[in-house]
Design a binder for this molecule. Structure first.
Ligand code: ZN
Ligand code: ZN
Length: 257
């Protein structure tokens, strides 16, 4: 039971921080927050993503490239230019490393205005740190696993981020329905995306990249959007004007009143 709770909690926490902090805040700048809050969510991202922690700048650059060149040969992770999901993810890793590790500079429009905590970002990406996380996960299993077969879930914790990336990037541009005739091949894979925190509404998101709510139709549910509205309501985040939508405008109006 403890192992099941650990696997599910790690999955949910990693999805939340990847979507809320790296994607919606870091790459798209949908909202702002004070420095202490930003540090707290940055630290939360480090803990939640653990062994597969991603540097916000490396993530933001390849994500902005994805939006600019979606499903063309210059897209860092289009499923339409790779024979299988493994090849796509290897190419994504390569593209990420160019900006996160090798000091390559992208065009200016893809860089800047990204949360940065140099010390944490450096530590978080070291192999020694990733191996230390393996020690943490292994210790948990040693203490709480009630049968040896439960160890099959242990590797999942080491590659939680890449698993999520593979599901979103592969399925979100291959399977599902389209609400909008975008120039790319993005799709909405699920009606209620509780699994990936709204990230599988790729077609909606490519049509309105800065819109805070990834759901666009009445039956679609993006579970992270209500969390963002709550954080806005209690004053933790402030919407940017580009995060369009009536909800955003009403939150800001209430705060100003
Ligand atoms: Zn996409
Ligand atoms: Zn995006």
């Amino acid at each position: 039971m403890a192992v099941a709770i650990f696997v599910v909690s790690h999955w949910v926490a990693a999805v939340f921080f990847q979507s809320f902090f790296l994607h919606r805040h870091g790459a798209h700048r949908m909202f702002t927050m004070s420095k202490p809050w930003e540090r707290l969510f940055h630290l939360g991202t480090f803990v939640a993503m653990g062994a597969s922690y991603l540097d916000p700048r490396g993530y933001a650059i390849i994500h902005r490239l994805h939006h600019a060149y979606s499903d063309t040969v210059r897209d860092p992770h289009s499923p339409h230019h790779h024979p299988n999901v493994w090849a796509m993810m290897w190419h994504t890793r390569d593209e990420y490393c160019r900006y996160a590790h090798r000091g390559e500079q992208p065009e200016a429009r893809f860089d800047g205005d990204i949360p940065s905590w140099p010390w944490l970002d450096r530590i978080g990406q070291r192999w020694a740190t990733r191996i230390a996380w393996l020690g943490v996960y292994t210790t948990f299993y040693m203490v709480f696993a009630t049968s040896w077969w439960q160890l099959v879930f242990l590797p999942t914790h080491m590659v939680m981020g890449p698993i999520h990336g593979a599901i979103v990037n592969w399925c979100g541009h291959r399977y599902g329905y389209r609400n909008f005739a975008t120039a790319d091949r993005s799709r909405n894979t699920l009606l209620w995306d509780l699994l990936m925190g709204g990230e599988l509404f790729q077609n909606n998101h490519h049509r309105h990249p800065n819109r805070a709510n990834f759901a666009a139709r009445t039956f679609e549910i993006d579970p992270i959007y209500p969390v963002m509205r709550l954080l806005s309501w209690i004053g933790v985040i402030s919407w940017r004007a580009s995060a369009d939508g009536a909800a955003v405008r009403s939150d800001n109006a209430q705060r100003a009143a």
